[in-house]
Ligand binder design. Structure first.
Ligand code: NAD
Ligand code: DAU
Length: 341
């Protein structure tokens, strides 16, 4: 591959992926299309923005004229679609941008890929499309889709559109579905960066409900390596699950963070639960291991320590984000919850 187009490359996973691909493949150029929403931060790619193999295009994946223009600038060997509204709590406050970007944006992007005959397309999706598990079992690629939040419903809708385009038009797509990512450059609205940054400031951490919900944690670089494997070697029309084989209850993770940061238990606040809160996610990633030769490499213990160290070293990056729009969101999401706890 010589030239790929990545969308949402200024976000958390996208920026890690762009850096990974640029540093790992000297023959590769990347065009990054990003709308720079509240979650898109060009600072995340500051270290590579002057690399001649990197081009940034500011715009919306849902803007047909813009996307047609970018794809018309020259042939690309593949499109990898990270661009999305990604936070479940925000989808509960307002689902509009989720429908627009995650569903309509995917449709516009695929139409443009068809017009410009892009030979390969990767849709970066999530394990949340499968819904919620009880105490046992794990999601496979055959688990029926049963999304439970406006966010996961919009991602499932996009996956179904991709499936339909593949079946009807032979659209050359691969879908990846991954569990909860953690690592550097994650926006501090998600559990891990929110709790780490709050604890570094000696602020309370809001645990939803009793903290009994379970998530499977995967280091973002393991996810990026999985997406690269699916991009290069995935079978067209296939779905690949990726997970970290690292399940933990939120309250156990919160206590581990307190221990690693040497903070008191009194900083835990049990707050009103997330409506429709999925109980448990777990991923069976046997297919990716067998067909792509992929497996997670970063242990949760070492990845978490390294991630904490990154946030300790990047307090200014966090401080620049935790102002303006972020403060309004934080007050809306947590104001009443924290005052009632
Ligand atoms: P993020 O919120 O950190 O970043 C999203 C990026 O997309 C931002 O740079 C934003 O500016 C950009 N964007 C949003 N709307 C856009 C639009 N209309 N046009 C162009 N750019 C737009 O998200 P993330 O956590 O990095 O997730 C990336 C992808 O991976 C998403 O599709 C998400 O559903 C999926 N995913 C995330 C996780 C996770 O744990 N974070 C797990 C599995 C799958
Ligand atoms: O599973 C993959 C998904 O993981 C991705 O598709 C999403 O884009 C990503 O945001 C993430 O979704 P979650 O809802 O699982 O992540 P979040 O960090 O928001 O929450 C993790 C768990 O922590 C969840 O059970 C809710 C809980 N939580 C979260 C926040 C923000 C709290 O208890 N308190 C909080 O303040």
């Amino acid at each position: 591959m010589q030239r790929i187009l990545v969308t949402g490359g200024c976000g958390f996973i996208g920026s890690n992926f762009v850096r990974h691909m640029i540093s790992g493949d000297p023959g590769l150029s990347i065009v990054n299309v990003d709308k720079l929403t509240y979650a898109g931060n060009p600072e995340n790619l500051q270290d590579i923005e002057s690399d001649a193999r990197y081009t940034f295009r500011h715009g919306d994946i849902g803007d047909r004229v813009f996307i047609d223009g970018v794809l018309g600038e020259g042939p690309v060997d593949a499109v990898v679609n990270f661009a999305a509204e990604s936070h479940v709590d925000r989808s509960i406050l307002d689902s509009g941008p989720f429908v627009q970007t995650n569903i309509v944006g995917t449709q516009v992007l695929m139409d443009a890929c068809r017009k410009h005959q892009v030979p390969r397309y990767v849709q970066v999706s999530t394990d949340e499309v499968y819904g919620s598990l009880g105490d046992e079992g794990a999601f496979t690629e055959e688990t029926p889709l049963a999304p439970n939040s406006p966010y996961s419903a919009s991602k499932a809708a996009a996956d179904l559109l991709v499936r339909g385009y593949h079946h009807t038009f032979g659209f050359p797509a691969v879908i990846t579905r991954c569990s909860n990512n953690y690592g550097p450059y994650q926006f501090p609205e998600k559990l891990l960066p929110l709790f780490i940054s709050n604890l570094l400031e000696n602020k309370p951490v809001p645990v939803y409900g009793k903290g009994e919900n379970v998530r499977d944690w995967i280091h973002v670089m393991d996810h990026c390596r999985g997406i690269e494997a699916a991009l290069r070697n995935g079978q067209l029309g296939a779905v690949y699950n990726f997970g970290g084989r690292s399940e933990m209850r939120n309250i156990d993770l919160t206590r581990l963070l307190l221990k690693l940061l040497d903070r008191p238990e009194s900083l835990i606040r049990y707050v009103q639960d997330r409506p429709g809160h999925d109980l448990r996610y777990a991923i069976d990633c046997t297919r990716a291991e067998r067909e792509l030769g992929w497996k997670p490499q970063v242990t949760f213990e070492s990845g978490l320590r390294e991630t904490i160290a990154w946030y300790v070293q990047h307090t200014e990056w966090v401080a620049r984000i935790k102002s303006g729009e972020y403060t309004r969101y934080y007050d809306q999401q947590y104001g009443d919850r924290l005052s009632q706890s």
